[in-house]
Design a protein around this ligand. Structure first.
Ligand SMILES: [Mg+2]
Length: 485
């Protein structure tokens, strides 16, 4: 029996080697040889995992942006510092990000905006429609700073990155974390919290802890502190706040009397495995300082690419639907092109509103003999499907396009194009390359497909969106210098 997760499979990965040793121990016990399983595991836990590059213990840092969407809005609106701010989801439906002041007013995550508007008004809560173009751009700027610190960086989400800092020469992790915070704040303007620890789970817990307790100055080092002090921190972390537990597993663990991260770290590994499977076993080891989750530093190609939207208002009109499908397909195609993949299958889906009687949903799949990421070809295929299922009697509410069964452009060129359609493939590629170059120079959407212009009324409502300060020439912030001598 071999215990590993896909993320632990990399050859030479410290987490993988350790899990193999533990597994070896389990096999030995099963065969009636060697020490008792628990003795061996305890012995393993005493020895920290080592980085194969320099034989130093593996050390991770998690860099987590504080209230990321709100912090991005504040970069260009410093007047909002110290004021309650919320960011709303697509179509301004519900709250998806809150400043600390908004949290203090007990505005819950997911609060429906229409119900809370009177409260926002009386309490001076500033609202924004989500401005993902701005957030994505600032996120990329932060990532570029982090990859300059070390290339061993894993972008975990739009506002969180893990760094493997084992190979860096750092004497004091707290001072190092403070310097990184300062660098990100000064270069981008977004405050971050940093956790440093021998495992990813502990690093995440450290960053959360540092965020909630201002005394730590935004950095918590769980790598160099004595075990008793680390356990003191774990004792203060509720079980549902542990990475991977969440609301789904927390009730099951609480029913077993485990209420904190410390309780989970002391759980018998075999019991954890029985109760919550391999993931549970890994949580126990990770909280105890044994690394099971390695860094996945390279951007792995996507398995599928989806673009979907809820319309600004329900529609019966075919041209409006065609424009929506064309626009979503073009975005998915561009994502495929920039990720270096081609789709063998594309799925169109379209639905009426779930909140109205007679909810209906349609899915139509198209398969391509020659895999493609050509926006024009995909739009033609998807709009053909749309016209086949369109019924003017329906009020359509939401639509989307998913590209599946993706193959890398490199492998297609090597294996499949020898005999078939090289000219068609080259023409598609040339077209996508030209579009990307023109839009990179003149701005996103400068060159687009004609079908996208049939209508813009489908687009989600974003009545409170801030300008896209850093990605649109016509929305750049203005500085007036009239009063300068
Ligand atoms: Mg965050």
């Amino acid at each position: 029996m071999v215990i590993y997760t896909p993320s632990c499979k990399q050859l030479g990965d410290p987490g993988f080697l350790i899990m193999q040793k533990v597994t070896g121990a389990a096999t030995a016990v099963a065969e009636g040889r060697g020490k008792k399983r628990q003795e061996i595991i305890t012995e393993q836990r005493k020895r920290p995992p080592h980085n194969i590059m320099n034989n130093k213990p593996t050390t991770f840092a998690l860099i987590d942006c504080n209230n990321f969407f709100v912090s991005c809005e504040r970069v260009f609106r410093p007047d909002l510092e110290g004021k309650p701010v919320v960011v709303l989801s697509s179509n301004d439906g519900c709250v998806v990000a809150r400043s600390n002041e908004a949290k203090a007013l007990r505005i819950p995550m997911g609060a429906p905006a229409f119900q809370w508007r009177p409260f926002f008004k009386t309490n001076g809560v500033v609202q924004f429609s989500a401005n993902f173009e701005l957030y994505g751009d600032l996120s990329r700027r932060i990532t570029s700073i982090l990859t300059r610190i070390t290339p061993r960086t894993e972008v975990y989400s739009i506002d969180e990155s893990f760094l493997d800092i084992s190979t860096l020469d750092i004497a004091d992790y707290t001072a190092w974390g403070g310097a990184v915070r300062q660098q990100v704040l000064q270069s981008v303007g977004v405050p971050v919290s940093i956790g440093v620890a021998p495992t990813k789970t502990l690093a995440k817990l450290g960053a959360d802890y540092a965020k909630k307790k201002p005394d730590y100055g935004g950095v918590l080092d769980l790598a160099s502190i004595p075990p008793a002090e680390r356990e003191g921190h774990l004792a203060n972390v509720p079980i549902e706040d542990v990475w991977g537990v969440g609301r789904r597993l927390a009730p099951r663990l609480k029913a077993e009397g485990i209420h904190t991260a410390l309780g989970l770290s002391r759980m018998q590994p075999r019991w954890a495995r029985q109760l919550i499977g391999l993931g549970g076993l890994q949580m126990v080891y990770e909280l105890g300082g044994l690394s099971c989750h390695s860094l996945t530093p390279f951007h792995s190609p996507p398995k599928s690419i989806m673009r979907s939207r809820t319309f600004g208002e329900d529609t019966h009109d075919l041209p409006v639907l065609e424009a929506a499908i064309a626009s979503l397909t073009a975005r998915a195609a561009f994502e495929a092109y920039t990720s270096g993949v081609l789709a063998r299958e594309a799925v169109l889906f379209i639905t009426t509103s779930r909140h109205k009687p007679g909810y209906r949903a349609w899915n139509e799949t198209v398969r391509f003999d020659l895999p493609t990421n050509d926006g024009g070809r995909l739009i033609r295929a998807m709009t053909d499907q749309l016209r086949a299922i369109y019924n003017p009697g329906q009020a359509y509410h939401r639509a989307g396009v998913t590209l599946y069964n993706l193959v890398s452009m490199a492998s297609l060129q090597a294996n499949l194009l020898d005999a078939s359609h090289p000219a068609a493939h080259d023409a598609s590629l040339g077209c996508m390359r030209a579009m990307e170059a023109i839009n990179a120079k003149f701005g996103r959407g400068h060159l687009h497909y004609a079908t996208e212009d049939l209508s813009r009324t489908w687009q989600p409502k974003q009545l409170l969106r801030s300008p896209r300060y850093v990605s649109r020439w016509d929305e750049l912030p203005e500085a007036h210098t009239n009063n300068l001598a």
